[in-house]
Design a protein around this ligand. Structure first.
Ligand SMILES: [Mg+2]
Length: 358
């Protein structure tokens, strides 16, 4: 039993991959077998300490030998014309910290609409998760027009760089409350969402599938944090075979009373309360307490606060996708995101950085 436990621990820290410690470990386990249990326990503790020491050596070796310092100019994808980095040395430090931390310390937090999905295809905006819903034929007469009118009124406020976050947040609450009023008292079969997705061809960003697959292979958790409609988010990811076991979604889900829609479940998440919501949902982050390095992806300023629920993070790299009104919004984007990607409809930069880490 002791030997089994010991070697389980040994496998966990992967000492054998890096150090020729097997001779010492064998001697220790032999020693423990030949003494009374109390002494064996005492030596077991010493053995655990020895393993911890080996693990720290492994980390040091990775830093000194395997983890040669990454220079931004050596990362090919960061040389793309679409890439804007305001503080080169800060980003270089963060990337190196993520590389040293490796897959075991990493978690991903990503927005959904126009972050995992494309912002546009040949100039035509990709349907958002709410727009997918509004395309459904089951909705009552007038819903589409009323919903579109809300969007025409509030969307310009959401992206106006001259309006403060606090002011925007008030408008967003009004938008979602008015939208919720439209969402009650009619039957809705959720299966139609997938039919709309198939018909409209809602595309994930090129490389999103590769990113999610490689994160699954590396056992890195992905939080999809969306102020959109969770039912559509799930349906789009499922449709593209991207709703993988390591993917967790926090979003606005429809509340049902039988088949009848009755607003949203729980508190509304809008684009400017994501940070507050992240803190309130900190149970998710508590489970991932050892994952103190974060790669954050978003396409709205409010997305930059999605990692606020992570307690005492070591390194957070924020990547923002910018497409609308680039000249007006670039400066503000650069104040919120470490790397800004202009009209880049791929995950190439993210995958390039993940290739260094995983
Ligand atoms: Mg978005």
């Amino acid at each position: 039993m002791f030997i089994r436990t010991a070697f389980d621990v040994l496998e966990t820290v992967e000492v054998t991959d890096y150090l020729r410690a097997d001779t010492h470990l064998y001697a220790l386990t032999r020693c423990c077998l030949s003494v009374p249990i109390a002494t064996a326990l005492e030596r077991y503790v010493a053995f655990r300490n020895f393993l911890a020491y080996c693990k720290s050596l492994v980390n040091n070796m990775k830093e000194l030998t395997v983890g040669k310092r990454v220079k931004l100019e050596d990362v090919e994808v960061l040389l793309n014309d679409s890439v804007r980095i305001h503080d080169q040395s800060y980003v270089e430090d963060v990337i190196n910290s993520l590389v040293i931390g490796g897959r075991d310390k990493l978690q991903i937090i990503s927005d959904f609409d126009r972050t995992l999905t494309k912002q546009h295809v040949d100039g035509k905006p990709t349907l958002s998760s709410f727009c997918i819903f509004s395309q459904c034929s089951q909705l009552p007469t007038g819903y589409k027009e009323q919903d579109a009118a809300l969007c025409r009124h509030y969307r310009p406020i959401e992206i106006d760089p001259h309006i403060s976050r606090e002011e925007k947040a008030k408008h967003m609450v009004n938008w979602y409350q008015e939208a919720e009023k439209l969402l009650s008292g009619f039957d809705f079969r959720i299966e139609e969402l997938e039919q709309v997705i198939r018909k409209e061809g809602v595309e994930l960003r090129e490389g999103s599938n590769r990113m999610l697959e490689s994160l699954r292979t590396a056992d890195v958790p992905v939080l999809v944090f969306s102020a959109g409609l969770g039912d559509s988010v799930s349906a789009v990811l499922r449709y593209h075979n991207a709703l993988l076991p390591n993917v967790h979604i926090i979003s606005n889900y429809l509340q049902f009373n039988g088949l009848q829609v009755n607003g949203f479940q729980g508190d509304i998440i809008h684009s400017f309360n994501k940070n507050q919501h992240a803190v309130e949902k900190s149970d998710y982050f508590k489970v991932l307490a050892c994952r103190k390095n974060v790669l954050l992806l978003g396409d709205e300023l409010g997305d930059a606060g999605m990692a606020d629920g992570v307690q005492n993070p070591d390194s957070v790299l924020k990547i923002g996708f910018l497409y609308d009104r680039v000249e007006d919004r670039l400066e503000e984007f650069q104040n919120h995101f470490d790397i800004v990607l202009i009209d880049d409809q791929t995950m190439d930069v993210v995958n390039g950085i993940l290739d260094l880490i995983l």
